[in-house]
Design a protein around this ligand. Structure first.
Ligand code: IMP
Length: 421
């Protein structure tokens, strides 16, 4: 039995979907523990491409997908995702935590309104209602999945919540009347559709631990989007580091065997906020085009830059990463020289970890190590020694700096384009 947590070590979009899919072959359960449909995981199998937002990637391989209590669920999106998989012949084996919070229509409206109110300091959210839903969870004003399967109880909750939300919309001068009856009917219908999947997932997972099953806890977003450890306030609203996996799934910390940190060979970010190694030149364009760096969820172009080991070092320490999965090394092919950020300079002071203050993070200057580039990579290489010498040097440098073994190298989007070290 193993329980593995797979997390992103940068700003999300590290290629976790592919890595989870790769390890899922050995898993019985694949569990999402935070985030919602702000995430987007792209999985390429043979000539098929699957894009998932809420459902854990492992369901494509027939594994049981679990949506844990730490996830926020937009039921309309989830039902649509289930239907789309069914249309393609995949009947997802899915379990949804009865404790997960529900994204309601007013969350989506407020996500947009609150962004507007920030003026020049917008977060650049995915506008899926994620932040307002997590806010209500902490404020104890949330609707939970278990509430959707009991109309009377849902009505009692909405009787309290809707007038509060209406007052907030009115205060923002938003001309939108929240129709309690309409919301009650729609969300009761969603509850009926989702009812077969709703269960006490934490109890089922704890039972699976006793039966020595293999479990993967699949992170969404990345460490620098963690609400405490990321570039706050330019973060998402959940805990994306390994610590969040236990809270968001009900699996106790002592059951975790391994933490895999997914590192993309360069850096990307969607939305606003500091990105110290950002490249606004032709090299940035090269990474964006060759890496197809456009958001799976919002289709926004991702900002691109050199690999930032200050960020990855911090992520590995925060999550206790035992091994690294390095992705998209092929995208760097063709660049004459490649750079890796090893520390920051903040007004003459050397920093090995990102600072807490967003203003300091905006002011840091990356300190680079420069390495020679490589001409081409055999995308079907099965062993590390089939890679060009300079690519191997790049990989060895990362491993040395992070003092963590690289156990998997991805050389292309397909499942077959993976080197297990
Ligand atoms: P939210 O999660 O929609 O509130 O967005 C907050 C920030 O997290 C924004 O900068 C988003 O672009 C970013 N974000 C949210 N989900 C993802 C993701 O899956 N990948 C990359 N960035 C994300």
């Amino acid at each position: 039995m193993t329980v593995k947590i797979i997390i992103g070590t940068q700003w999300g979009d590290e290629g976790k979907g592919k890595v989870v899919d790769y390890y899922a072959e050995e898993a019985d359960y694949v569990v999402r523990f935070q985030g919602g449909n702000n995430a987007g995981h792209t999985i390429h199998i043979d000539n098929e491409v699957y894009k998932l937002h809420v459902i854990p990637s492992g369901v494509i391989q027939g594994k049981t997908g679990v949506i844990g209590n730490g996830v926020v669920i937009d039921p309309e999106v989830l039902i649509d995702e289930i239907n789309k998989l069914r249309e393609r012949g995949i009947k997802p084996r899915l379990m949804i935590s009865d404790r997960a919070n529900v994204i309601m229509p007013y969350h989506k409206i407020l996500d947009g309104v609150e962004e507007e109110q920030r003026g020049g300091r917008k977060i650049g959210t995915t506008k899926r209602g994620i932040g307002p839903c997590y806010s209500d969870h902490a404020a104890r004003l949330g609707v939970r999945i278990c509430d959707l399967i009991n109309k009377k109880r849902l009505q009692e909750k909405l009787d309290i919540i809707i007038p509060i939300k209406q007052r907030i919309l009115d205060a923002y001068n938003i001309k939108h009347d929240l129709d309690k009856k309409e919301i009650l009917e729609a969300y009761t219908r969603y509850g009926e559709k989702l009812a077969p999947y709703i269960t006490e997932t934490h109890i089922i997972l704890q039972e699976a631990l006793r039966k020595k099953k293999n479990i993967i806890l699949e992170g969404a977003q990345g460490t620098m989007l963690d609400v405490d450890y990321g570039t706050y306030p330019y973060t998402t609203s959940s805990h994306t580091i390994a610590g969040g996996a236990c809270i968001g799934s009900g699996i106790p910390p002592r059951s975790i065997d391994e933490v895999i940190g997914v590192v993309k060979a360069y850096t990307t970010r969607v939305g606003e906020g500091p990105l110290p190694t950002e490249l606004k030149d032709n090299t940035g364009k090269h990474l964006q085009e060759k890496g197809h760096e456009y958001g799976t969820t919002t289709n926004r172009p991702r900002r691109c830059g050199w690999l930032d080991l200050v960020v990855v070092r911090y992520a590995c320490n925060l999550s206790g990463v035992n091994s690294i999965a390095l992705t998209k090394i092929d995208v760097l092919t063709g660049l004459p020289r490649v750079k890796i950020c090893v520390s920051y300079n903040l007004n003459g002071k050397k920093l090995m970890y990102p600072p807490a203050s967003i203003n300091d993070m905006e002011d840091v200057k990356p300190v680079y190590k420069e390495l020679p580039g490589w001409g081409s990579i055999n995308p079907d290489a099965k062993r590390l020694d089939e890679l060009p010498g300079n690519a191997k040097k790049y990989i060895a440098f990362i491993e040395r700096e992070l003092k963590t073994p690289i156990k998997l190298v991805s050389t292309g989007p397909k499942r077959s384009q993976t080197i297990r070290v």
